[in-house]
Write a protein that binds this ligand. Structure first.
Ligand code: ADP
Length: 253
């Protein structure tokens, strides 16, 4: 199962990606998490990445692509993956298509592609409410909300007692920048996948369990209509792709 989760900042992609990764036993590749880890390091790359993410700006495509390919090339990701927060520019989406077709099994006629792209939709006022009230544990990264999911003890993580902090990019200026960039640079990516018939809209402002159920229904319907397994498209003589063939589960690489 090759999945992509898209949606504006604060839509709940991380939560749903973690759930899908567990359900399908596939790795979750979250570019936000990877970048926050990179930014912890005091080297030149860490400092550079930190400047982008703290201001809510997009990290340049060349840095992102290298980090994502490194994850996708690992053994566990060969059987499928769930991408959280990637691709979020058109250049990233096109690079992902090229990467997957290169990664395809050369012994079979198919070209590996994505199975589904899930777009979590949430109203802008609700996004701002979620992001500005979010607090994360400085030690384990657990996420809280000042109003809707407060910790038991003020400003302390329920799990390990470490102090909670606000992500720099959850401050008003950076939130505005992230939302603006989402409209400018990520919405065209949604159109791109819609045109390929891969995009599924999910009502992200519902309660977490309901969102999860809607995603489950979408994926079930999709697998019934396509005969399950990884979607594989067959190259036509024009080099175009015709998405007609699908492999049963477990037969792709
Ligand atoms: P959100 O999706 O809520 O903005 P993430 O944790 O996914 O939060 O990402 C945090 C930050 O990491 C983004 O604001 C951006 O600076 C950077 N980032 C994450 N993914 C990408 C990407 N695919 N391309 C460029 N920058 C990215």
């Amino acid at each position: 199962m090759n999945l992509v989760l898209l949606g504006p900042p604060g839509a709940g992609k991380g939560t749903q990606a973690a759930r899908l990764a567990e359900q399908y036993q596939i790795p979750k590749i979250s570019t936000g998490e990877i970048l926050r880890e990179v930014a912890q390091k005091p080297d030149a790359l860490g400092v550079r990445v930190g400047e982008y993410i703290n201001h809510g700006l997009m990290v340049p495509d060349d840095i992102i692509l290298e980090l994502v390919w490194r994850q996708l090339e690992q053994g566990a990701a060969q059987a499928g993956f769930v991408l959280d927060g990637f691709p979020r520019t058109m250049a990233q989406a096109e690079a992902l298509d090229r990467f997957l077709s290169r990664r395809s099994n050369t012994d079979s006629p198919g070209v590996e592609t994505l199975d589904a792209v899930l777009d979590l939709e949430v109203d802008e006022d609700e996004l701002i409410r979620r992001l500005s009230g979010r607090r994360v544990c400085s030690k384990c990264g657990a996420s809280y909300h000042l109003v809707s999911r407060p910790p038991r003890e003020d400003q302390r993580c329920d799990r390990d007692g470490a102090v909670l902090e606000q992500r720099k990019d959850d401050q008003p200026e950076a939130i505005r920048e992230r939302l603006k960039l989402y409209h400018q640079r990520t919405e065209p990516v949604l159109d791109y996948y819609r045109a390929k018939g891969l995009l599924h809209q999910v009502e992200g402002d519902r309660e977490m369990g309901q969102v999860a159920r809607q995603i489950e229904q979408i994926l079930e319907q999709r697998s019934q209509s396509s005969g399950a397994g990884s979607r594989v498209s067959v190259e036509t003589s024009h080099g175009d792709t015709d998405q007609t063939e699908s492999r049963p589960p477990g037969t792709d690489h």
